[in-house]
Write a protein that binds this ligand. Structure first.
Ligand SMILES: [Zn+2]
Length: 259
């Protein structure tokens, strides 16, 4: 039996946030990730009889921390957040290599995934099917913006962390940008059949039931994981024929800002 369940809550707001609750199905212990939709989270916890072990923030943007105090007051759970983040009332600071236990056997590794903000962490489960709670680092078919971060550091995170994940790792990003990002892929790689097929599938889902993708799938339609593909390089003609992986990543990130 698989003990870990990831509850995804769609907030139906303009920013298109998802909130997540990681739950040990055996013990009912739960971790609340990036709370913003306070009422929905508390309803899910109460309806299911879960016990919140900790509230965890991936980064310090308002739409990922605004519900901290309400959830902590209602559940008496402590707050964990990335070291050096601008967040109040933190009980435990997290950095690369730390581990968070959930229930009897589930362990999440803390990974430094800085770039969208400095700092930014993601949580990767030790389960047979790894689950990655990635905040605003990787999105379905996309990458986090760097308006308050650093594009070169985000490139290093993709290069050294995200692209090295096992293909069967499922991703749980902080926002639903699936359809817009797939359209961005097709604006660069118009012949990407995988992006076209996923856009066709995704367009038949509401955000509540949107497809959860794996890193293996992302490698086929997320341009930020396709830096060596001739079809991506050809779509960025100004870079010439043999640009560095970093140059491709930075060009994609800049293009996505204006797109
Ligand atoms: Zn953010």
């Amino acid at each position: 039996m698989i003990d870990l369940h990831i509850e995804r809550l769609w907030l139906a707001n303009n920013l298109r946030n998802y909130n997540y609750i990681a739950v040990c199905k055996k013990t009912g212990e739960a971790l609340v990730i990036d709370p913003f939709g306070t009422r929905q989270i508390l309803n899910a916890i109460n309806d299911n009889g879960w016990t919140v072990k900790a509230v965890i923030n991936t980064h310090d943007h308002g739409d990922h921390i605004a519900g901290n105090d309400a959830i902590m007051n209602a559940t008496h759970a402590p707050l964990f957040a990335p070291l050096n983040a601008k967040i109040d009332h933190v009980d435990r600071w997290l950095s690369e290599g730390d581990q968070i236990r959930l229930g009897e056997s589930i362990v999440f590794d803390v990974i430094d995934t800085s770039g969208h903000t400095l700092p930014h962490i993601s949580l990767l489960s030790n389960t047979d099917q790894p689950e990655l709670l990635c905040g605003d680092t990787i999105f379905n078919a996309g990458a986090g913006n760097v308006h308050s971060g650093d594009a070169e550091i985000l490139f290093q995170t993709f290069e050294n962390k995200i692209s090295k994940l096992d293909d069967n790792t499922r991703i749980y990003p902080g926002h639903d940008y699936m359809q817009t990002n797939l359209e961005f892929t097709l604006s660069i790689e118009s012949d990407n059949q995988s992006a076209r097929a996923m856009l066709d599938q995704a367009s038949r889902h509401s955000p509540e039931s949107q497809i959860i993708t794996t890193i293996g799938q992302e490698r086929t339609f997320n341009t930020f994981l396709r830096l060596d593909e001739p079809s991506v390089i050809n779509g960025l003609a100004e870079l010439g024929t043999t640009p560095s992986r970093k140059a491709v990543f930075l060009a994609l990130r800049a293009l996505r800002n204006q797109w």
